[in-house]
Write a protein that binds this ligand. Sequence first.
Ligand SMILES: *[C@@H]1O[C@H](CO)[C@@H](O)[C@H](O)[C@H]1NC(C)=O
Ligand SMILES: *[C@@H]1O[C@H](CO)[C@@H](O)[C@H](O)[C@H]1NC(C)=O
Ligand SMILES: *[C@@H]1O[C@H](CO)[C@@H](O)[C@H](O)[C@H]1NC(C)=O
Ligand SMILES: *[C@@H]1O[C@H](CO)[C@@H](O)[C@H](O)[C@H]1NC(C)=O
Ligand SMILES: *[C@@H]1O[C@H](CO)[C@@H](O)[C@H](O)[C@H]1NC(C)=O
Length: 168
Amino acid sequence: MLNSSRSTILFYLVICVTTLVGATDHIVGANRGWNPGINYTLWANNQTFYVGDLISFRYMKTQYNVYEVNQTGYDNCTIEGAMGNWSSGKDFILLSKAKRYYFICGNGGCFSGMKVSVLVHALPPPPHAAISNHDSSSKSSDKARFSPPVAILGVLFASVASIWFLSD
Ligand SMILES: *[C@@H]1O[C@H](CO)[C@@H](O)[C@H](O)[C@H]1NC(C)=O
Ligand SMILES: *[C@@H]1O[C@H](CO)[C@@H](O)[C@H](O)[C@H]1NC(C)=O
Ligand SMILES: *[C@@H]1O[C@H](CO)[C@@H](O)[C@H](O)[C@H]1NC(C)=O
Ligand SMILES: *[C@@H]1O[C@H](CO)[C@@H](O)[C@H](O)[C@H]1NC(C)=O
Ligand SMILES: *[C@@H]1O[C@H](CO)[C@@H](O)[C@H](O)[C@H]1NC(C)=O
């Protein structure tokens, strides 16, 4: 099976899984994706990140990539000591810890603004009063969130494994 079919299947599986567990997939740059000339600080300031959410990067894989770096790497556009790197063009990254994450493009794009920093919050307490709350809004931060990150990881691993298995 072609790689593009695999990533299409993975894409829909991720959507299903995040929907089922109540986590959010934050698509960097929304419909503008991961590209030069976009202020990703404005994008990040416009949403709330929780442990167990995904951040996803969509871009031309022949042109760009994604590195997780520390604050120095973010400030100076350097990848020394990077904690991870991705280059599929449709990368889903689990935000598994309550901390500030830094991502940059590792082949020059960082200098044209391809850098994003997100503060990930611990999960909010479960919404006990959800049924009696008639005024509950539709903000994503009010959604029920049931599943610990470990479960998400498990399901994702199982999904990827089955794609590999099915496509051989
Ligand atoms: C992006 O927007 C933020 C918030 O308004 C601002 O502080 C920052 O200077 C902007 N960055 C660039 C590169 O324009
Ligand atoms: C912030 O979010 C609102 C609602 O989702 C959207 O309409 C707006 O374009 C977003 N702004 C930025 C800078 O992403
Ligand atoms: C980051 O860049 C700034 C300004 O160019 C420089 O002063 C600083 O020493 C650099 N930091 C590191 C850790 O390289
Ligand atoms: C980031 O990592 C580099 C390379 O390992 C290191 O020199 C630097 O001190 C680190 N910066 C921070 C803020 O931890
Ligand atoms: C990118 O990640 C791979 C493992 O996934 C690692 O072996 C490689 O050294 C990383 N590259 C850089 C430049 O950090």
